[in-house]
Design a protein around this ligand. Structure first.
Ligand code: ZN
Ligand code: ZN
Length: 359
């Protein structure tokens, strides 16, 4: 995706308030977001009126093709010397950096190799800009979500009792790869029966049976953007327990999708679903947060959790994924992706919510 200058401009506008001459971006997805470079290593220096990308020789040509008018400097030797060169080139001394992503030893080397530069750590500066998606980003997310929905439908047609979780995961991976996805967004989860009691279960060689909940959590990646979808499926006649719990999680999910509004905190959004599950006496079984932002990373800002004080803004794309988990029985989770708009959310996920599978 071609990136216009407005994203860099948004960061430049923040520099004055942060008390900085420049900002050094090192997290690859943040560099990609700001200037479109898709390599996995680089330094991006953003000053009040300029921007420059430093990459090593593997990426020079690659970077020049991707970043349009942004100057690209090839690093030969130490990265710290490259930072010193960037700082001197733009006459900046006080530079903010991404404190969540630079290791202690990297910082020591940068400080030693660029002694005239004062480095100050910041947290979440670019991630905050990424929370609000542009129309082009939402279009890329819609494509990733559509392929994820298509994969879920194909899995539902293909799945039979006796197939192992690992075989089902391979079906998902190969379907995504052969239908336009550049990769899976994360290791797919297919977790039946008690294996589904872990929210982040690993697939096993156990055959999937009848009369047990099957948690399927999958995503396709398209143009760097991630899909994320969970459905809970079931072969055979439902038990009363499954019906009761499935309907409870569905009610919690629909209540949150109806109630989430721009301007609300992530904690308030989480509370919409949590109140429904707590009201039925299963609050302790909802052992994770309600949702997370999705974009160039599978988990990003904003967060929808009991600890999230930040405000949900229009343009954010987030998951809404309540669940309940029982060690002796399994789990139920239902997850959609939604975009927050004026007046409420628009659900981007299209997958059916009926859990029943034909045998
Ligand atoms: Zn998921
Ligand atoms: Zn998710």
């Amino acid at each position: 995706m071609a990136v216009g200058p407005q994203r860099v401009n948004s960061l430049q506008e923040r520099l004055e308030a942060l008390g900085l001459d420049a900002f050094l971006v090192t997290l690859p997805t943040n560099i990609r977001y700001l200037v479109g470079f898709t390599g996995d290593l680089g330094l991006l220096l953003v000053t009040k009126d300029a921007v420059e990308l430093a990459v090593d020789g593997r990426y020079t040509e690659h970077a020049r093709r991707e970043v349009g008018a942004v100057p690209v400097r090839e690093v030969r030797g130490e990265w710290a010397a490259a930072l010193a060169g960037l700082a001197a080139n733009h006459s900046v001394g006080h530079i903010g950096y991404e404190g969540d992503h630079v290791t202690v030893s990297q910082l020591e080397r940068l400080a030693e190799g660029a002694p005239g530069v004062q480095l100050e750590p910041f947290s979440g500066t670019v991630l905050a800009l990424r929370a609000r998606k542009s129309p082009e980003e939402i279009e890329a997310l819609v494509q990733a979500i559509a392929l994820t929905d298509e994969t879920m439908a194909a899995l539902r047609d293909w799945l039979r009792p006796g197939v192992t979780e690992r075989e089902a995961v391979w079906f998902v991976e190969s379907y995504i790869r052969t239908h336009g996805g550049e990769a899976v967004a994360f290791d797919p989860i297919v977790a039946a029966g008690r294996n589904g009691a872990m929210a982040h279960a690993r697939p096993s060689d156990r055959p999937i049976g009848r009369q047990e909940p099957i948690v399927v959590d999958i995503g396709a990646r398209v143009e760097g953007y991630h899909g994320d979808l969970t459905r809970t499926l079931w072969f055979g006649t439902p038990t009363d327990r499954f019906n009761e719990l499935y309907n409870l999680v569905l009610e919690a999910q629909l209540t949150a999708e109806d109630g989430i509004k721009a301007g609300m905190s992530g904690k308030e959004a989480d509370g919409l679903a949590r109140a429904v599950i707590e009201g039925a006496g299963y609050g302790e079984r909802f052992s994770h947060s309600l949702g997370h932002g999705v974009g160039l990373a599978i988990h990003e800002e904003p967060r929808l959790s009991q600890l999230a004080e930040g405000t949900l803004e229009t343009g954010a794309v987030v998951s809404v994924e309540p669940g309940v988990y029982f060690p002796d029985w399994g789990g139920i989770r239902i997850e959609d992706l939604v975009v927050i708009e004026d007046g409420g959310v628009r659900v981007l996920t299209r997958s059916a919510k009926e859990p029943w599978l034909a045998e």
